[in-house]
Design a protein around this ligand. Sequence first.
Ligand SMILES: NC(=O)c1ccc[n+]([C@@H]2O[C@H](COP(=O)([O-])OP(=O)(O)OC[C@H]3O[C@@H](n4cnc5c(N)ncnc54)[C@H](OP(=O)(O)O)[C@@H]3O)[C@@H](O)[C@H]2O)c1
Length: 315
Amino acid sequence: MKNKIVIITGANSGIGKAAALKFATEGYRVVMACRNMDISAAAQKEIIEITKNKNVDLMKLDVSSFDSIRTFCTAFKSKYPQLDILIHNAAYLNHGLKEYQLSSENIELSFATNTFGPFLMTRLLADHLAKSSDPRVLNACTTNIKNFFDPKRKIEFDNLRGELKGTRPYSTYKMYGDSKMGLLMLTFKMAEELKSKGIKVNALMINRVKLSKETIHKMNSVWKVFARLQNLTNPLPSDMADNYFHICTSDEFKNVTGQLINHKREIVNPSISEVGFTQLKNVFGSSSYPKYATDPENVEQIWNLSNTLIENKIS
Ligand SMILES: NC(=O)c1ccc[n+]([C@@H]2O[C@H](COP(=O)([O-])OP(=O)(O)OC[C@H]3O[C@@H](n4cnc5c(N)ncnc54)[C@H](OP(=O)(O)O)[C@@H]3O)[C@@H](O)[C@H]2O)c1
């Protein structure tokens, strides 16, 4: 594995850091793509010390900013000959926040970070991925998308550029789920688009994992208590990091693309029915995802919007 290169976004804490540790332990060349260089340098040092793998690089990236993504990708391409694995792990979710947040390019912050950023980054790195003999992209999704089993739930396409900022009630939790649904829909479309280059694109439906103390530290006091209680029973980030590793390296997933995979490493299928007993199974299980994700009108909307927003950002 000595020459295989993996980029992990948000690799300074939680699952991303655990994944960086796992890949470094297995001898991969790891690029930690992080926004806070001081905090992340400490994580990088720790990973190098534990694994004795010196090929753990740290490069600056703010996934919520198209400009930062472009700068990162240019720097990465001039430094590395190819890319084997790209893991979009970083995400924005500020629990309990009710104030609409915009990115530097005036896009709602959850969508900028969790949906359009990974979309642009994958596009910019596609040619470098295509140089690998087994290129794989993994998008970190969430069980929160199951909220779309509610037929009333829709992505707020009319409110992703601050249009209704201050007038429509805003919840980061809802916007987070919407943005991850957007990411899932783009996963399916990008997998089709990149098939001709041999690039596999999948998403992992993460259920629950112990939150890092850094993440808990950012929460307000009510959410802090809630998060600490949940942490008593939630599994360690390293379990989910093992899933990242398995999906991105194993023979089992070598030819799998355009799929949502659950924490048990099973393929999740579109629901066959969203009423009655089947709906109960949908909501409480992890074997199906809402039909909303593959509805052609919804997919076209997110696809067109993503392409419009990143126009002029492809170099
Ligand atoms: N933990 C769970 O229970 C759970 C459940 C479902 C899904 N997930 C998903 O799993 C992934 C990892 O979650 P986690 O719990 O391990 O998260 P975490 O510990 O909160 O880490 C999130 C990482 O993302 C980074 N990040 C946020 N915004 C960024 C930006 N604009 N640019 C670059 N990096 C940015 C953070 O960097 P800073 O340190 O600079 O903030 C941090 O390194 C996420 O995609 C999350 O949505 C997690």
